[in-house]
Ligand binder design. Structure first.
Ligand code: URP
Ligand code: ZN
Length: 463
């Protein structure tokens, strides 16, 4: 089966080139200025942009938070991802029951995703509570057998690792070429402030960001970077950086010459701010950790993307319904499930708010959404690039078309979008997954279970 995409503009991390693209049996066969393939199905994409299928390295499909679950499972969540131009996700596992070891969640996550996902997928393993010799032997085995070459740990929440174990994990990661991904917030600061909110009866959504200040992020980013440096530069990936204060710590580490780390931010920290918490009811929609920050933080993060200081833009998609699940926090924000939807809005937002508004270039969009996540998470060049031999995961964008974000026309199970009413320039026309059209004009055309599990290689941050 051959498909010829003719007269489009192919975007890579370095340039935008007018080219034809020939797809054969799900793989990109040729990219060149003029291809003649009379037997191929012809698709004239003149005036349109061809981007590699985007990779979202931070989702939480079907996340079990104990009292409820994220409202998107691996089917609805990946349908939404596909409609937003994402053809691969790397999902962050929930914590396992207390006392469990890493294999537990690997098995659990195969049972949640296999046969359900509509795009290609992988997982980050999860480390919780402690790290001992059994933990280390399991992560080596999982990396070898499952191609799960990144593991997440938290510096806050009940199942967090404490510094001695974090340091042990980093040393083991360095030895075994495992990438450690980390949620950076100082647990002591947060718990003290949350308790104080309780005592002082400050329980509306507006107190959520006050109880998780930017300094709590900055301290944890700084600590984690130094610990990685001290572990002979263990490879490290900081998830969802949200603040200018955190960014300063990243810049300081780069200035010191530390190289083996990557930093992710998310559209919510680039596009939204903490004024969303002013309305006690509506504010519940944006209860996520870390919280939304100030306008100055947004500007700093956009500048960091412009100056290539950050590495990826992922979503932290972790949706709960507003009318039902989020209302748990209506009288006490501390009871609200943390997280928000966003997997479908990411690429259109970065394109429109980033490229169209002149904050970043189009090749930078491709770098943050496609190339860097593929390299950092051991998927390159199978994923993340339009070149011969790569999977034919392609997003066709009409750069002139406009659309308003409406929750009603998104595909996930959440009943709201944090970006409701925002006007986007640049609309997704078609999405190909391994040569098959899975989205056309906002209609999902793919099939449940057609997503393939991806065994990943070593991170570029280990090299
Ligand atoms: O609020 C968020 N981000 N929820 C998902 C779980 C986590 O903290 O990453
Ligand atoms: Zn997350």
């Amino acid at each position: 089966m051959r498909t010829l995409l003719k007269n489009g503009t192919v975007v890579s991390e370095s340039d935008c080139v007018k080219a034809d693209v020939l797809i054969e049996d799900g793989i990109i066969k040729e990219v060149s200025s003029s291809i003649d393939a009379p037997d191929a199905e012809l698709n004239d994409v003149g005036g349109k942009l061809l981007l590699p299928g985007a990779i979202d390295a931070h989702t939480h499909m079907d996340l079990d938070v104990g009292f409820t679950r994220a409202c998107d499972d691996f089917y609805s969540g990946t349908v939404a991802a596909a409609c937003g131009g994402t053809t691969t996700i790397i999902d962050h596992m929930a914590f396992a029951p207390k006392g469990a070891y890493p294999w537990h969640q690997v098995k659990e996550y195969h049972s949640l995703s296999d046969g359900n996902a509509v795009i290609d997928y992988s997982f980050h393993g999860v480390l919780q509570e402690k790290a001992d010799q059994r933990t280390f032997s399991e992560i080596r085995e999982i990396a070898e057998n499952e191609g799960i070459t990144s593991f997440k740990l938290y510096l806050t929440y009940d199942m967090m690792l404490h510094d001695k174990d974090v340091f042990a994990v980093l040393n083991e990661a360095k030895r075994s070429n495992i990438l450690i991904t980390v949620h950076c917030e100082n647990d002591g600061i947060i718990n003290y402030l949350r308790d104080r909110c309780g005592v002082e009866n400050n329980l509306t959504a507006a107190f959520h960001p006050k109880s998780r200040p930017a300094e709590a992020e900055a301290e944890a980013v700084n600590r984690m970077l130094y610990m990685a440096e001290c572990a002979d530069e263990a490879p490290l990936y900081i998830v969802h950086l949200s603040s200018e204060a955190g960014l300063k710590e990243v810049l300081a580490a780069r200035k010191r010459g530390q190289k083996h780390f990557g930093v992710e931010t998310c559209p919510q920290y680039l596009v939204l701010d903490d004024s969303l918490y002013d309305d006690p009811r509506e504010g519940l929609k944006a209860i996520m950790s870390p919280p939304l920050r100030k306008d100055s933080d947004r500007t700093a993060l956009w500048d960091a993307l412009k100056n290539d200081v950050l590495d990826t833009v992922a979503t932290d998609h972790c949706p709960f319904t507003f009318e039902n699940q989020k209302q748990r926090g209506k009288d006490d924000f501390r009871l609200c499930p943390n997280g928000a939807p966003g997997v479908e809005e990411r690429l259109p937002l970065l394109f429109s708010e980033g490229y169209v508004k002149g904050r970043i270039t189009l090749p930078q969009c491709v770098k943050y959404l496609c190339v860097n996540p593929a390299k950092i998470f051991g998927l390159y060049p199978k994923k993340g690039v339009i070149k011969p031999g790569s999977d034919a995961d392609i997003v066709i964008i009409d750069p002139e078309k406009k659309r308003t974000i409406r929750s009603a026309s998104l595909h996930g199970n959440a009943d709201y979008s944090c970006y409701e009413g925002m006007e986007i320039k640049g609309v997704i026309d078609t999405v190909f997954l391994r040569g098959e059209v899975i989205v056309k004009d906002n209609d999902f055309l793919g099939k449940k279970g057609n997503g393939r599990y991806l065994k990943r290689g070593i991170s570029s941050l280990c090299l």
